[in-house]
Design a protein around this ligand. Sequence first.
Ligand SMILES: Cc1cc2nc3c(=O)[nH]c(=O)nc-3n(C[C@H](O)[C@H](O)[C@H](O)COP(=O)(O)O)c2cc1C
Length: 243
Amino acid sequence: MAGELARYQSFMDVVRHRMTNRAFASSEIPRDHFELILEAARHAPSGANAQPWHYVVVTDPAVKRVIGQAFVDEQQRRARLHMGFPTPNYHGVTTAPGLIVIVADFRFIRAFPVLNDDSELDRLYKKNAERILLQSVAASTMCAHLAAAALGYAVWWITAIGQEEIQQRIKPLLGVPDELAIIDVMCFGPPLKPSYKRWKKRLDQIMSWDRFAPEHFMTDADIDEWIKTTRHKVMYRDESKID
Ligand SMILES: Cc1cc2nc3c(=O)[nH]c(=O)nc-3n(C[C@H](O)[C@H](O)[C@H](O)COP(=O)(O)O)c2cc1C
């Protein structure tokens, strides 16, 4: 048992020290580190064991610049739309030493429990199947992030790439077939400034035994208040510096 606990502690050391950072020091990531990271992604669970993912490692600085610029443009677009979302500075993507584009194959929705008869019921099952697919790709992506953290890198999970316009710009550069979707970008590298630990809920706030603990249910108004007063703090501040 002592062996298992020690293994759990090593694992938790990686989990705790996986921290988002949005600016990296310039450095060269060895090719085998990309392979070590994606070897972890390969072992992830997925619905129907479909493994509906593919990872494109981007090494060409010119392509990185185009991808980085797409995020900066999207950031400016959100500002113009007055979305009110505290969008980060995406310039760090351009110079991220490690950049992996995550591709999902949504056609695998057909491999999950669906009717495929275009009925209303089929629509509901397909909605659920889409969630299965997204969870599958996220599970694999998370393995990659933890592997990068285990290698001592700071990581950055970016979903802001999902818009159709960005896809049209980036897919041809990477030779990604039209049938597939780019759903994420993973950046990693040595951090420019030390990473900081963001606020995490306490264990008792996320855990119930047998029945959902009603004191942890948030009303719509609670959530609106959280977005107004707390979201920006927990996104961009060290948890020890939140009042
Ligand atoms: C599904 C998902 C989507 C995310 N999308 C973005 C994103 O588009 N841009 C960004 O800067 N960070 C993004 N993040 C990073 C989160 O902001 C970050 O994980 C969160 O603030 C908690 O910080 P931590 O990773 O240091 O624990 C995303 C993270 C996840 C898991």
